[in-house]
Design a protein around this ligand. Structure first.
Ligand code: C2E
Ligand code: CA
Ligand code: CA
Length: 752
């Protein structure tokens, strides 16, 4: 077929290579070339075929292909340059090692790898070897594309043609960086140990098993100020400070039993200074007898640095005072000392500065820091001047725990009560305003006190209780000191217990409502009841809301609890209405927590519950305390407006305790003002209170707000309130809060 196509076209020249088998069975490669033969007119008259045996060439090619695969895969990096040094080939290992891609370096000179750290001489010598036709071997430090240094061992050989002229250079190189690094470390170690022995102020010794110096160096004598005769006689322990003698003696023992020991100890120097040394000892045999050979190094500098580090880690950076860690350490020591000798008494004062956060936020951190430094200074001044009460002022510690919390440890007190003197000085000194740049600020401290009489074991516990007492001091009204007592502990514990118990209580329906009548002072008739929640605890009995409501508010449980109260109260009112008629119980008052006011759907939700029970909202009074309203007057205004809009009545509870001004009362849609029972309790004490209650009653009437006096306990109070034109009252004098079951009986004997 080939022949026919060549003849027809008269043009083609076929040229192909194929394997053939010779008649005697050899495999050979033949190259066949077919050319058309033409006559003078250009007509094809035949074909000229030539055959060439190319077996040898084919085999070489295959060899080369194999070889190049090997070169590609070898872990050594391979570079081929022409004789001018231009790179013609690099393998994959080269690319991996140097970080350059193959394409990047083709046509470049290998000097792109130069680190600049090899002496120029190396290159000069390399080239002269190569051009003279010899192979060159050497180590070279080069640089990767990313700038990293690496070491390679290179073998470079010239490649020549048939005439012996150099046409190329072939370099095969191995990465020896890791080996070089090990070498460098070994060299450094060698140099180091040599210089160590020569230059460090070490003492050498050889000690017998009986504990006698057999041999020592001159420096040992110089350091200890002992003569050679001395050294020969004394025991090694004689050279140490008393506290360390025991440790050294047992270390020497251990060398003989265990073979090797390291120990630190303080030598008594010539001038009776104590110098810290680090000793090493090894057991060796000298003339068949076990001996201790060793070296001691002066570690004064190291110790100093260690101490510095330790202090730095235990110092508050801002004020330079000890921090919590150091304080706890010293406090623990103090506690131990107290345990050993009850004469040594201590007190811990926990200080927290009022308004610090406000100052920090409004005047900036710089000013805040300045204030803290000034506080630190004042505290130190006071603490330093208390030697009148403290036997060992150096045991006193003023520390900063962080933020605006400072703790003072008074150690070595004669009497625990003496701490009080210091506290008074502190409150006095800390009460004076601080000048911070152009500002003048006041930041009184609340102080919690714990003394050794509680027999605490752990420093952490002392701090915790001092913190608790400080918190009580804050509650008692800033700028005060409160001494810790066990009941606070009990209170904290109980609060935690309450928290976990509340959730369960809600699920298990441990709450009940009691109802307290509200009476008209004009008619003595029942105006309504206030629903007051109680917790019927299975173990603790009845728990008062004063105790658990704040906890419920903290944990958010007030929301489901408040909802339950509302539900239950409304249900109860509906039940009374069914049995006794509407007029028997005209209204019911229900307390709302401030936390409930933030629920946006509250008004709608309450209305839905009331409607479902068939109770008109106008019969329901929602009591919100004055302080809840004043905590966020805008929110209160909005929420109360919405509640009012739905037809509920709104009572301001505990009026007189929440710092609202009388003038602001008209801003809120109030129906009733409940005057806090502290006013009523004080009524008989003085005319001022009576005048105040009268003023409130008059103002309320002008605003069309009714007034309820809370906590009426006596007939006197009641008559007085009547004369002050207060319309309603509530209190033990009329009735205590009662369970729902007692209400029927109560209604029967009360006019309505
Ligand atoms: P409050 O709203 O001011 O309730 C009146 C408190 O005064 C009740 O205490 C009541 O028992 C007490 N009281 C009544 N008459 C007298 C009296 O003549 N003398 C004295 N010394 N006290 C009297 P209670 O029941 O312990 O409630 C304390 C507070 O707990 C309530 O004060 C109220 O703020 C809160 N609270 C009670 N129930 C609820 C509730 O369901 N929800 C919310 N959010 N708070 C509630
Ligand atoms: Ca109330
Ligand atoms: Ca009240």
């Amino acid at each position: 077929d080939d022949d026919q196509s060549v003849i027809k076209s008269g043009k083609a020249k076929l040229d192909f290579e194929e394997p053939q088998t010779t008649p005697n069975g050899d495999r050979i490669w033949l190259k066949t070339t077919k050319v058309p033969l033409t006559d003078s007119q250009g007509n094809t008259i035949g074909i000229l075929g030539t055959y060439e045996d190319i077996t040898a060439r084919k085999e070489t090619e295959q060899e080369l292909r194999k070889l190049s695969r090997v070169v590609e895969q070898t872990p050594a990096s391979v570079v081929i340059t022409d004789k001018a040094g231009t790179i013609e080939y690099v393998n994959a290992a080269f690319a991996r090692l140097t970080g350059y891609s193959v394409q990047e370096v083709l046509g470049k000179n290998p000097r792109v790898l130069k680190s600049g750290l090899m002496p120029e001489d190396t290159y000069r010598q390399m080239w002269s070897t190569l051009v003279s036709g010899h192979e060159w071997r050497g180590e070279m430090q080069n640089r990767r594309k990313n700038g990293e240094l690496f070491w390679e061992l290179a073998v470079i050989s010239p490649l020549t043609d048939a005439q012996g002229t150099i046409t190329h250079y072939l370099a095969i190189k191995e990465d020896i960086t890791a080996r070089k690094q090990v070498e460098a470390v070994l060299l450094a170690e060698k140099l180091y140990s040599e210089s160590l022995i020569r230059s460090l102020p070490g003492v050498f010794y050889l000690i017998s098993e009986e504990g006698k110096f057999l041999s020592w160096n001159k420096r040992f004598e110089a350091v200890t100020g002992r003569s050679a005769e001395d050294m020969a006689q004394i025991s090694p322990m004689d050279l140490f400070v008393d506290e360390d003698k025991q440790v050294i003696a047992s270390a020497i023992q251990r060398v003989f039993t265990h073979g090797q020991v390291q120990v630190e100890g303080r030598l008594v120097a010539q001038d009776s200074k104590r110098i810290p040394y680090q000793f090493s000892g090894n057991r060796i045999l000298v003339d068949g007898a076990p001996c201790l050979i060793g070296l001691g190094l002066d570690i004064t500098d190291r110790k100093a640095i260690e101490d510095e580090l330790r202090t730095a880690a235990r110092t508050d950076r801002l004020t330079g005072l000890p921090n919590r860690a150091l304080l706890l350490d010293r406090l623990q020591n103090t506690i131990h000392r107290h345990k050993r000798s009850k004469d040594s008494k201590y007190a811990v004062l926990f200080l927290d500065f009022d308004h610090f956060k406000t100052i920090n936020d409004s005047l900036g951190h710089e000013t805040g820091d300045q204030l803290l430094r000034e506080i630190a200074r004042r505290l130190q001044t006071v603490v330093r001047s208390v030697d009148s009460v403290s036997r060992q002022t150096e045991g006193n510690t003023t520390s900063r725990l962080g933020g605006d919390e400072f703790v003072i440890l008074l150690d070595g007190l004669r009497h625990e009560a003496d701490a009080q003197q210091v506290v008074e000085r502190l409150l006095d000194v800390l009460g004076t305003p601080y000048k911070l740049g152009i500002h003048e600020v006041v930041s009184t401290a609340s102080i919690g006190i714990v003394t050794s009489e509680y027999g605490h074991e752990r420093a952490e516990d002392v701090l915790r209780d001092a913190d608790t007492a400080m918190y009580e001091a804050k509650l008692a009204g800033r700028g005060r000191a409160v001494v810790f007592d066990g009941s606070m502990h009990e209170r904290v514990r109980r609060k935690l217990e309450l928290e976990s118990g509340l959730r369960k209580a809600l699920e298990q329906r441990q709450f009940v409502l009691h109802y307290q009548p509200i009476i008209s002072l004009e008619t003595r008739r029942l105006e309504g009841f206030e629903a007051l929640v109680r917790w019927q605890h299975p173990e603790h009995g009845m728990i008062s809301p004063g105790e658990f409501i704040p906890v419920a508010e903290d944990t958010g449980l007030i929301v489901p609890l408040g909802e339950w109260v509302f539900h239950e109260a409304v249900r109860q009112l509906a039940a009374w209405w069914r049995t006794h008629g509407r007029d028997a119980v005209p209204s019911l008052s229900i307390n709302l927590s401030r936390k409930q006011m933030v629920l946006t759907d509250l008004p709608q939700h309450l209305l839905a519950i009331a409607q479902e029970a068939g109770v008109a909202p106008a019969a329901l009074h929602l009591e919100v305390t004055e302080s809840a309203i004043m905590a966020d007057p805008n929110l209160a205004h909005q929420v109360l407006g919405q509640i009012k809009q739905r037809g509920f009545k709104i009572d301001m509870d505990d009026f007189g305790t929440g710092h609202s001004s009388l003038a602001s009362l008209h801003q809120f849609p109030l129906d009733v003002l409940k005057i806090d029972r502290s006013f009523i309790a004080n009524l008989s004490r003085g005319r001022d209170f009576a005048a105040l209650v009268n003023a409130i009653a008059m103002l309320a009437r002008n605003l069309n707000i009714a007034v309820v006096a809370e906590g009426v306990e006596t007939e006197d109070q009641m008559t007085m309130l009547q004369s002050l034109e207060c319309q309603m009252a509530q209190g033990y004098y009329f009735a205590r809060p009662m369970p729902a079951e007692q209400v029927a009986e109560y209604l029967a004997k009360t006019p309505h």
